[in-house]
Design a protein around this ligand. Sequence first.
Ligand SMILES: Cc1ncc(COP(=O)(O)O)c(C=O)c1O
Length: 498
Amino acid sequence: MKPSSEDGTGPDLLLLLAPTGRGTLRRQLRESIRDAIRGGRLPSGSRLPSSRALAADLGVSRGVVVDAYAQLSAEGFLSGRKGSGTVVAETGGYLPKHASDVLATVERHRTSEIDLRPGPPDLRTFPRTAWAKVTRDVLRSIADADLGYASPWGVEILREQLSAYLARVRGVMSEPADLVIVTGATQGMTLLVRTLYAAGVGDIAVEAPSNPVQRQVLTRYGVRIWDVPVDREGLDVDVLADTPARAVIVTPGHQYPCGMVMSPARRSALTRWADRVDGWVIEDDYDTVFRYDKMQVGAVQALSPARVALVGSVSKSLAPGLRLGWVVCPPNLVSDLRMAKRDDDFGSAVLEQHALARLIDTGEYDRHVRRLRKHYRKRRDTLVTALEREVPDAVAEGYAAGLHLLLRLPAEVIEEQYVAAAETQGVAVLGTAAMYGTLPPRPGIVIGYGRTSPTMLEEAARRLAAAAAAMGQEQRARSVRDGQAIARRRPSTAVDYF
Ligand SMILES: Cc1ncc(COP(=O)(O)O)c(C=O)c1O
């Protein structure tokens, strides 16, 4: 007998499509299946009814079901197996109850169907099998004593592995003793800021624009913040030199959010500045494992290990939820940094540290990252091509690297309105206005493409074009109301606002 998916029977499935519900039938069906997967009603491996059977059950045309299945397959929720129909993908149904609740809450608060805000990577790529294996190996092999209070600055084996790994992939110059294992780049930066502040460094510069979290950390510790602009080559070191700052937080490997890589000239100017002012550079190396076009550029730390503290984590390469990161610390700061970590939490979780050490040691981490580069590269290429096609005046800035790009908007666009227009189209993006500190912001949006399938990225580009067109109409209407002549001068196309 043929599998039931082909013969029109198939498993029963409760899916509610309200005739008066919001959105098209296709959209309702998609959401209904997605909710059933996220909510755990349809665990991984569950077989779905054939498109014919489900269409008959729901009283809709078969094309509606075929489209919904295709869309959810593109998003990674479903997979089709030849001869055995459509099933919930391995990774599709894994979200535990509480995670799906969080997602549901986020989705309720933001009506957006496509969330392009930057942040977490594609969590479906977490190497569950490899992580389970190294964890099992660790549990089998570590001594009872290793489960006690380990060294608060990190277990030795991980510091050894990371020191060698970072030398290999980032050119970082360190001894294992220079490393402090932290819960992520955020804790690394926080501890460094605290340590420097205690050592009398009360003025710290940041890039403008930059990750707003940094400003929060600096503000909390009473540090005076100096905003230094970035240009094509990265942080403007001449402007930095005009400030009283004796430390600076930079993202030279892939500027956040603009995406450029700091030029060689600026790198050496930066380390010369640090020598001149007897200062420090905090190098936020948050996503540099993902470079898609050329060979990696090494870390600035390699130019001046005595002046540069490099912070990094596995938040982009594995999962932010692991809360595992590192600081490669200048030798004369390391004992203070160790004490700061000890005072904070007495060290990070031991089992995860051993597991990561083993993942690196077995080569599995490298293999995983290599696979991810392909995965994300495809997403980035798809998005860039779709943006060029759909919104031809848009300028996607930044190197082919990391998990985000900056879409530069024309100066006349009011960023906040554009973000709202995109949200109306069901696309959540992040504006950059809050990232400039005291400097005048330039309109732009950050698009995180890591969590969205290529199909949905294409759809997102279409919707961003629609958002721009809608803004165009709104602006023209306002212009007419105000008695201005803008509407007559400008054609009513989406490109007006890009
Ligand atoms: C620029 C930048 N730095 C640092 C971080 C912090 O990452 P974590 O604390 O998870 O390592 C992020 C997170 O997205 C980031 O975007």
